[in-house]
Ligand binder design. Structure first.
Ligand SMILES: Nc1ncnc2c1ncn2[C@@H]1O[C@H](COP(=O)(O)OP(=O)(O)OP(=O)(O)O)[C@@H](O)[C@H]1O
Length: 253
């Protein structure tokens, strides 16, 4: 259950971002609380990825205020996002096919014991994280190249959880997954919320979003166009906000 009585984990207000002549975001507001899954939805070019990249510190906004746990911050780089407890899984999962699950999880931050890598400790942590996510990967020593798309997504999510982030941003995590793999990823999202993480879910898939999101934020042409409770909003209502058949621009959180 989200904790909307507490200070927001992250809050963005009045965010503008232009790429040359293209105004990708205009006066966008976005808030997420601890233990909350918030979906950002919208048509192509609505500004979803741009907002995700601002949260991830990949790009900086031209204007607007960002607060982390109520404190004004800037997120000029991915390292500063990381320092604020924000982890992002981009669509290109950035995993190594020729390495196993453990090596992918700990790539660049291997645990050592003296001069040697502490394989046993890394295996144990990998198993625990995957168990917490209820992942069905058979062995942490499986090579990435032999995993399904859904299992690879599990590894990418597990890798972000190693740093125990407050906020996890998932960019289209179920794109190109089968029905059963999608169900597995949606379970991971629910587990992350149960474990106390706030999850930002960028998605095109309305049934995914309605299945797991506590709240759905619609972007249209780079502006907010409505904020809806996830479980009780009809498919038609969300589509109307996405397509502009209905104007919800004043109804944002
Ligand atoms: N690096 C860039 N240079 C120029 N224009 C860009 C750049 N990135 C995004 N845009 C433009 O900004 C607008 C918003 O793009 P963005 O990728 O944020 O939308 P989106 O909602 O994620 O779309 P999609 O669902 O198609 O990925 C679009 O008009 C896009 O063409």
């Amino acid at each position: 259950m989200s904790d909307t009585t507490s200070t927001p984990a992250l809050s963005l207000r009045g965010i503008d971002k232009a790429y040359g002549a293209v105004q990708a975001l205009s006066e966008v507001n976005f808030t997420i609380y601890p233990r909350e899954v918030v979906a950002i939805v919208g048509d192509n070019a609505a500004g979803k990825s741009t907002l995700a990249k601002i949260i991830a510190g990949v790009i900086t906004p031209d204007a607007g205020i960002i607060e982390s746990e109520g404190i004004p911050v800037t997120i000029p780089t991915p390292a500063s996002a990381h320092a604020l407890g924000i982890a992002t899984v981009f669509q290109e999962l950035a995993l190594c096919d020729n390495l196993d699950v453990v090596s992918n999880l700990f790539l660049g931050r291997e645990l050592r014991r003296g001069r040697y890598m502490d394989e046993a400790a890394m295996e144990e942590i990998a198993r625990k994280i995957l168990r917490d996510l209820t992942s069905r990967i058979p062995s942490v020593r499986t090579l990435l190249s032999s995993l399904s798309g859904g299992q690879r997504q599990s590894v990418a999510i597990a890798r972000t959880l190693l740093g125990n982030p407050r906020i996890v941003v998932l960019d289209e995590p179920t794109a190109s997954l089968s029905v059963s793999q999608t169900a597995e990823v949606l379970t991971h999202i629910e587990r992350m919320r149960d474990l106390g993480h706030a999850v930002v879910l960028i998605s095109h898939n309305m049934s995914d979003v309605r299945a797991v999101a506590d709240r759905i934020e619609v972007l249209r042409h780079g502006r907010n166009n409505g904020s809806f409770p996830g479980y009780s909003t009809s498919y038609e209502e969300i589509i109307a906000a996405i397509t502009g058949a209905a104007d919800f621009s004043t109804q944002t959180r």
